[in-house]
Design a protein around this ligand. Structure first.
Ligand code: ATP
Length: 237
């Protein structure tokens, strides 16, 4: 397993947001974490990146216990998060935002990799010297993903990337996630768009009030009546 989460706990005072959660992500796997608002999905991803302290359990990445490591130390081990709401620096240019994504790197390939991002996202290349504030929502999401890719992750975590995007852009986003996965990236995807997430992922984890209440192959979850009723707004019958 590339990522092993063992009995992870996250607490905010009396709120127990993640309760003894255990799961793994293999090198070539795309896993989706589903669940309604407040289920603990964002807390889980933030704790895996080290942005929110965990209050129990262990996180093993690439065979190393990273539970006590800081977010930049985790980034250097090539675990990185595209946060909810994108959180790009809107007063900086597109190019400066991408440079920020590579801040943890000391190699000489950053300029080449930024050009690679412009090739992948020509809209960003065309706006490289413009302030990120002029980008559309879809372009901002691409910038957030591009910035994260510049840390050269082995595992990329995406927190509700489709939020606020038009249906067409959601399609494009899921195509991008599929191609990143095909390129060999492991992916941990938190999504409200249950149906599309289960199409790109091989496995799913459903969280409710901090616990994993349902896990299984994406195909089985797609046909799961309980999940269909809760998240697809209909029963499979
Ligand atoms: P959403 O889809 O709304 O982002 P989520 O599944 O990502 O939901 P979390 O944001 O992780 O859920 O929240 C889990 C629980 O932890 C909720 O009860 C929430 O109110 C609480 N919580 C989250 N962040 C904090 C915080 N910084 N301080 C206190 N409580 C928090």
């Amino acid at each position: 397993m590339l990522l092993e989460v063992e009995s992870l706990d996250v607490r905010y005072g009396r709120t127990h947001a993640v309760k003894a959660l255990s799961f793994g992500v293999a090198q070539d796997e795309c896993i989706t974490v589903l669940g309604s608002n407040g289920a603990g999905k964002t807390s889980l991803l933030r704790a895996l990146q080290g942005l929110t302290p965990s209050s129990g359990g262990r996180v093993i990445f690439n065979g190393e216990d990273i539970t006590k490591l800081s977010p930049p130390q985790r980034l250097r081990r090539r675990l990185s998060l595209v946060p909810e709401g994108r959180q790009i620096a809107i007063s900086l240019t597109v190019h400066e935002n991408l440079q920020m994504g590579a801040y943890c790197r000391s190699d000489s390939d950053v300029a080449r990799d930024i050009n690679g991002i412009y090739e992948r996202f020509p809209n960003l290349g065309a706006r490289r010297d413009m302030q990120a504030s002029v980008l559309s929502g879809g372009e901002q999401q691409m910038l957030a993903i591009g910035r994260t890719l510049l840390a050269r992750p082995r595992l990329i975590m995406l927190d509700e990337p489709s939020l606020g995007l038009s249906p067409l852009l959601v399609e494009r986003l899921f195509e991008l996630i599929t191609s990143l996965h095909l390129e060999g990236l492991a992916i941990l995807l938190v999504e409200q768009n249950t149906q599309m997430a289960l199409e790109v992922a091989s496995r799913g984890i459903v969280m409710e009030l901090g616990r994993a209440t349902l896990t299984g192959a994406a195909h089985d979850l797609q046909n799961n009546e309980q999940l269909a009723a809760a998240y697809f707004g209909h029963s499979s019958h």
